[in-house]
Design a protein around this ligand. Structure first.
Ligand SMILES: Cc1cc2nc3c(=O)[nH]c(=O)nc-3n(C[C@H](O)[C@H](O)[C@H](O)COP(=O)(O)O)c2cc1C
Length: 292
């Protein structure tokens, strides 16, 4: 979504929200919802005003008015055949509406996460660093939401040789199973100035991705630090988190919390909210709070 140059930062909601009110209004009527249901489940493609009015038990002008409202918001389309007009449900519009609603609710969740950070730590940003690898973008999405909530830094590691869809499942899986460190960039990650580390990896063959093995090795100034680790996966995290924890322990890093995120949980944001809470919980309190 393009930046509007007015909001700072622009989340794109400024363009979405004005259009949502009309859509909610169109959907906020029992008869209009019944019309949508009737049209969405109709297999004949020949429902007209009189048919709909008959099924709903309302007058034709009332049915016509409801259809006009739904059409103006794009939920219903019509086609004329001779003297008759037939109505259909516009599935794409409902998908767009859902996408916009998800964007609105994600923005609200981000705000709640930021509030949680501010209330718990009395700080608007944490002096933390998220080090992550992402092959298809899922782990990157989580890392970015942590950054949005906590205001911390991100370090994305990339493999020197990019995996293809084929080599990821052959060489990549083999490397993951053997605990290999793939050559990565950056090859040195100085974390000495951070109070907390967050390390994220996708699960590959029930293990951490080879790039994150390399990232752990590339850390410098990490001795004595605390970390929260997370993995994203399709429901089979296997030993990914215990292995990552052991690798970090070998570098002198204490793991305060480990969170596994499946794609379903990420869609519902349940485990992600838990992850933010764990990060905030693991964050060292300011000295004055420890004294009082
Ligand atoms: C090579 C490869 C191996 C994978 N192995 C597993 C696995 O063992 N268990 C699992 O639940 N998901 C597995 N997945 C799915 C990913 O862990 C999951 O889609 C993850 O969220 C992707 O994160 P990313 O988009 O940041 O790369 C694998 C994916 C790839 C590409």
């Amino acid at each position: 979504m393009d930046d509007c140059n007015k909001c700072d930062p622009c989340t794109g909601l400024c363009k979405i929200v004005p259009g949502m009110a009309g859509a909610f209004k169109a959907l906020g009527d029992p008869n209009r919802l019944r019309i949508i249901h009737l049209l969405a489940t109709d297999t004949t493609g020949t429902l007209g005003v009189s048919d709909l009015a008959g099924i709903l038990g309302i007058s034709q002008p009332a049915a016509s008015q409801h259809l006009k409202t739904l059409k103006s918001e794009g939920f219903v389309t019509s086609r004329r055949e001779g003297f008759r007009v037939y109505f259909s449900f516009n599935r794409d519009r409902l998908l767009e509406f859902r996408e916009h609603f998800d964007q609105m609710s994600a923005a609200v969740m981000d705000r709640c996460d930021r509030e949680l950070v501010r209330e718990t730590t009395q700080q608007t940003s944490l002096n933390a660093c998220v080090v992550f690898y992402s092959y298809t973008g899922v782990t990157r999405g989580v890392a970015e939401r942590i950054r949005n909530a906590c205001g911390c830094d991100l370090v994305e590691v990339k493999t020197l040789t990019e995996y293809s869809a084929f080599t990821a499942y052959t060489t990549g899986v083999l490397h993951a199973r053997r605990g290999v460190c793939d050559p990565i960039l950056p090859d040195r990650i100085d974390v000495s100035r951070y109070d907390l580390l967050v390390i994220g990896t996708p699960v590959w063959a029930w293990k951490p991705a080879p790039a994150i093995n390399a990232a752990v090795r590339a850390l410098s100034g990490c001795e004595g630090k605390r970390a929260v680790i997370f993995c994203t996966n399709c429901g089979q995290p296997g030993e990914a988190l215990p292995l990552l924890e052991a690798a970090l322990a070998a570098r002198g890093i204490e793991v305060a919390a480990a969170v596994s995120l499946t794609q379903e949980e990420m869609a519902a944001r349940t485990a992600e909210n838990d992850l933010i809470e764990r990060i905030v919980g693991a964050y060292p309190l300011p000295v004055e709070d420890l004294i009082s």
